[in-house]
Design a protein around this ligand. Structure first.
Ligand code: DQA
Length: 137
């Protein structure tokens, strides 16, 4: 199974950024744990703060990979372009959020990703990514 995790803006700062909301582990450290936990999965990781780069990556992998795990971060709530890319590809996309976006500000209650997603996992901290990988198995 070939799966890619795509993280959007500011998620490169995980561990430093609002640790009360997002925890104090860097994504790189967590990603190594995932690779050890899911040895049979070919796991790739991509992060960008740039909307178009996220769209390019979804297009690049979206006809060959078995799964895309997408945390579009703030673009979740704004990006018609990323939402359209999710709908355009044949690879199933699971939307992930670290925090429970529904327990936060109103503007986080809207997702442009969900309509095209296979499913959504949110609110379990970094463990949300674990659960998303398991959803493909
Ligand atoms: C997030 C939630 C978004 O609302 C926020 O903009 C993020 C991270 C999460 O993983 O909880 O940057 O996607």
């Amino acid at each position: 199974v070939k799966i890619i995790i795509i993280n959007g803006p500011n998620l490169n700062l995980l561990g430093k950024r609002e640790p009360d909301v997002y925890g104090n582990q860097s994504f790189e450290a967590y990603f190594s744990e995932l690779q050890m936990r899911f040895k049979d999965v070919q796991l790739a990781y991509f992060q960008s703060n740039i909307e178009g780069e996220i769209i390019n990556k979804i297009q690049e992998v979206g006809f060959s990979y078995d799964g895309i795990i997408l945390n579009a971060a703030a673009y979740t709530h704004t990006s018609v372009g990323i939402g359209d890319a999710v709908k355009a590809v044949s690879t199933p996309v699971v939307e992930v959020h670290i925090s429970n976006t529904f327990a936060r500000e109103d503007f986080r209650h809207v997702s442009y990703i969900s309509p095209g997603a296979k499913g959504v996992i949110l609110g379990f901290g970094l463990k949300s990514y674990d659960l998303a990988i398991q959803s493909f198995m």
